[in-house]
Design a protein around this ligand. Structure first.
Ligand SMILES: *[C@@H]1O[C@H](CO)[C@@H](O)[C@H](O)[C@H]1NC(C)=O
Ligand SMILES: *[C@@H]1O[C@H](CO)[C@@H](O)[C@H](O)[C@H]1NC(C)=O
Length: 385
């Protein structure tokens, strides 16, 4: 491995700790040397019987690493400085994550530090707009099979692909997480949640080139509270129905959040010609829109870059959805748009207390296809005109 993987000074500061025993070990005693190869650090991270605490207080380069449990006790990953990813994609040798936490219970990631994905050159190689099975680029931080854990006070910057990805996590809280990347950086979703439950994201500030938060299939009991999104493509459930064997989605709450200059606000998106699926019990409440292009959107014909050959209706059934107390400004006239599936129309959609103007004070419109929402309270735009 090349120079980019040098961990000369990192090794001095990475500590291995068993928090149960209150002991802290310097990694140097585990064989990491100045100018050592990153594989030595990976070996440390994958020691299954130990727990890990790492403190880094300056900027350091770090190659791809997996912190693999299970561990004997709680783990703390405390990052106080900036970790910089190699900027070239080749260094990842096809790996889809830069810093990967896997199979850990009681993990805390904190410290105020920055995970800098150095995505600029990778973005130019992104071919996902042209190829639906595009080359996989690494994500900044992956949480795979993480339980009963907290992620707080960290920043993810300029990821090559999604910033943070959750796979099969349970009871994981995110607090005060910051995510930044340019508005035109491709597929830089802020936090993508997959097949997880009991996930809370509060007080996050996310500005990126794709969805601020995207909620994929198989998720239950997800609460997003006091999140600021923008720039970006909004907070989305989906996209759903692209693949076979997707699991149901239920129990999604997006509350107390603000969208600024985003392409979408709150959105549910499913692909046409999809396999059968369901998404239910999804609630969007107490939300402020500032200059948002599509503030409220259900799109069951979701097909970015016209990648779909078959335009038959989506078979993902959407039901029990609430849009309540949503106010602010839309940058387009059509502020509310429900395009539901002809084969499985949306059911139990409730729209209450909506006050959206076109820019400052202009009138807005709504479009409804294959849905008959129940309305109450203020309706600006008039529901389903
Ligand atoms: C997560 O959010 C839900 C709903 O707001 C709340 O009931 C629950 O207590 C939260 N969990 C934690 C650990 O904060
Ligand atoms: C609505 O959300 C704001 C944050 O955007 C919060 O301060 C306020 O307490 C929330 N209101 C209610 C009724 O929950």
């Amino acid at each position: 491995m090349g120079k980019n993987f040098s961990i000369a000074t990192v090794s001095l500061l990475l500590l291995l700790a068993s928090t149960n025993a209150g002991q802290v070990f310097d990694v140097k005693s585990y064989g990491a040397k100045p100018n050592g190869d990153i594989t030595q650090v990976q070996t440390l991270f994958t020691l299954k019987t130990n727990c890990l605490e790492s403190c880094v207080s300056r900027a350091y380069e770090l190659g791809p690493v997996t912190l693999l449990g299970p561990c004997k006790g709680a783990i703390e990953f405390n990052l106080q400085g900036t970790l910089q990813s190699p900027s070239d994609v080749e260094s990842f040798k096809g790996k889809d994550g830069w810093v990967v936490f896997e199979k850990i219970d009681s993990l805390t990631v904190s410290g105020g530090g920055v995970f800098d994905g150095k995505g600029q050159t990778a973005w130019q190689k992104n071919n996902c707009a042209k190829e639906s099975n595009c080359d996989k680029l690494p994500m900044n931080i992956r949480f795979n099979f993480i339980t009963n854990s907290i992620v707080q006070d960290i920043t993810s910057k300029d990821s090559k692909f999604f910033h943070i990805n959750l796979l099969e996590c349970k009871n994981l809280q995110f607090q005060h997480v910051t995510i930044t990347a340019p508005a035109d950086s491709p597929n830089t979703d802020g936090i993508h949640i997959g097949r997880s439950s009991q996930i809370n994201i509060t007080n996050a500030n996310i500005g990126t080139g794709d969805d601020c938060i995207s909620i994929g299939d198989g998720n239950h009991d997800i609460t997003i509270n006091q999140v600021t999104c923008g720039p970006g493509h909004g907070i989305s459930v989906g996209s759903l129905g692209k693949y076979e064997n997707e699991q149901p989605v239920s129990g999604i709450r997006v509350i107390g959040s603000t969208f600024i200059n985003t392409d979408n606000g709150v959105r549910i998106k499913t692909w046409p010609a999809s396999p059968v699926g369901t998404a239910s019990d999804m609630h969007f409440e107490n939300i402020t829109m500032k200059n948002v292009a599509n503030p409220i959107l259900i799109d069951q014909n979701y097909c970015p870059n016209k990648q779909c050959s078959n335009e038959s209706p989506s078979k993902v059934k959407i039901s029990n959805v609430g849009f309540k107390d949503i106010r602010g400004t839309s940058s387009t006239q059509e502020a509310v748009k429900f395009i539901c599936s002809k084969s499985v129309p949306c059911q139990q959609v409730v729209v209450a207390d909506i006050d959206l103007t076109y820019k400052e004070g202009g009138s807005t419109t709504s479009t409804c296809v294959n849905v008959q929402p129940t309305t109450s309270g203020k309706q600006n735009p008039p529901a389903c005109t």
